[in-house]
Design a protein around this ligand. Structure first.
Ligand SMILES: NCc1[nH]cc(CCC(=O)O)c1CC(=O)O
Length: 306
């Protein structure tokens, strides 16, 4: 990094709000005037391809590919991502250097007062295999239909009556000023995705000045939780196209990791948890191994490392 820091981000309303919060934190940390940090909008394949399920178009890195290239070329010094959208395996030349304080991580049900209150046979919109499997586990009568697009697009489809109900992340809704809508789903019914609700800042691995600036706004506890969830997913050989949930919390300096893997129809589910020290990736991987070993074929076939 030389000169004014440049942050690369997607251009969706949520991505822009997240990037601005990172820029503001950097400006506060260094005593720079508001607006000092440059925000550079980069269109990704995920933004461009709107009509097909991402799993079908290759899936891997669709939300990060173009931003990664800009970072590696030096067009930007940082990239800001929803950690949930970032593949578990990253290039060596890119480093997750900071995680913003994570608050809300739960999923929000929209269109019914509770999971039990959704009308029988309702059309449920989600393109997330995790949310689909968890909903079907609770409500096998629901009809799941794909639902993509940014938060506003999804809410419009609900208003238009294309779907009866859907789920969005609490963090995304809060940041968009929509924290008042919907009802939180209990973790026993819907454990969140790995990285949900976390905003991550990546740098080039060989850019110490950028890494140092990112470190100055890092939330160590949120960072440790996110690393545990990602180490678990990586060990499974999972991605955002596999029905996997993982939620780490910190208790007395120790990570508590709750996780589950499911069959696509939600009929089978393996749940487990483990406690370990922050950054003990081997312990997260051991939990993944134990859960894959305990899983029936309907689940095992969904994970590359089974
Ligand atoms: N998969 C899309 C996505 N990626 C990050 C968020 C919201 C912010 C977050 O949960 O970190 C969302 C929308 C949603 O799941 O409702």
């Amino acid at each position: 990094m030389t000169g004014t820091p440049r942050l690369g981000t997607r251009g969706s309303p949520l991505a822009m709000i997240q990037a601005r919060s990172v820029a503001a934190a950097m400006e506060a940390a260094r005593g720079w005037p508001a607006g000092h940090v440059d925000i550079v909008v980069i269109k990704t394949s995920g933004d461009r391809i709107k009509d097909r399920p991402l799993a079908e178009v290759g899936g891997k890195g669709l939300w990060t590919k173009e931003i990664d290239s800009a970072l590696l070329r030096g067009d930007v010094d940082f990239s800001v991502h929803s950690v949930k959208d970032v593949e578990a395996i990253r290039p060596d030349a890119i480093r997750l250097s900071a995680v913003m304080p994570r608050t809300d991580i739960e999923d929000i049900l929209i269109g019914a007062a509770s999971v039990a209150a959704i009308r029988a046979g309702a059309i449920f919109g989600t393109s997330s295999p995790r949310r689909a499997a968890q909903m079907l586990a609770a409500r096998p009568d629901l009809r799941i239909v794909p639902l993509r697009g940014n938060v506003e697009t999804r809410l419009n489809k609900l208003d238009a009556g294309d779907i009866d109900a859907t789920i969005l992340s609490s963090a995304g809704l809060q940041r968009l000023g929509l924290g008042h809508i919907g009802t939180a789903i209990p973790f026993d019914v819907m454990l969140p995705a790995p990285g949900q609700g976390a905003i991550g800042i990546e740098c080039r691995s060989d850019d110490p000045a950028a890494i140092e600036l990112a470190a100055s706004i890092d939330d160590a506890a949120s960072h440790a939780m996110v690393l545990a969830e990602r180490a678990f997913t990586r060990a499974l050989g999972g991605s955002c196209h596999s029905p996997v949930a993982a939620m780490a919390t910190m208790e007395d300096g120790q990570i508590q990791l709750r996780a589950e893997i499911l069959s696509e129809d939600g009929k089978e589910r393996v749940r487990d948890s483990a406690g370990f020290a922050p950054r003990d990736d081997d312990a997260a991987a051991a939990l993944a191994r134990a859960m894959l070993d305990a899983a029936p074929p309907s689940i095992r076939t969904l994970f590359a490392n089974a």
